[in-house]
Design a protein around this ligand. Structure first.
Ligand code: ZN
Length: 66
């Protein structure tokens, strides 16, 4: 019986009709992997961080004076 490692948790997954989510061991792992993939695709270098509202002390670079 052939098995493949689940891409998310590395558990062996039976490669048969008994594993409807193969190569994932479960729907949960499938969704986790899909979510991670989409997050990676959306995380563009030069990130867009949420800026704190005014009055928080300014950005970190201005607060730390070497
Ligand atoms: Zn898994």
């Amino acid at each position: 019986m052939a098995t493949v490692p689940c891409p998310t948790c590395q558990r062996p997954v039976e490669w048969s009709a008994a594993s409807p989510f193969r190569p994932f061991c479960s729907e949960r792992c499938k969704l986790i992997d899909l979510g991670a993939w989409m997050t990676e695709r959306r995380a563009i270098p030069g990130e867009e961080l949420p800026q704190p509202a005014d009055g928080e002390g300014g950005p970190p670079e201005e607060r730390s004076r070497h």
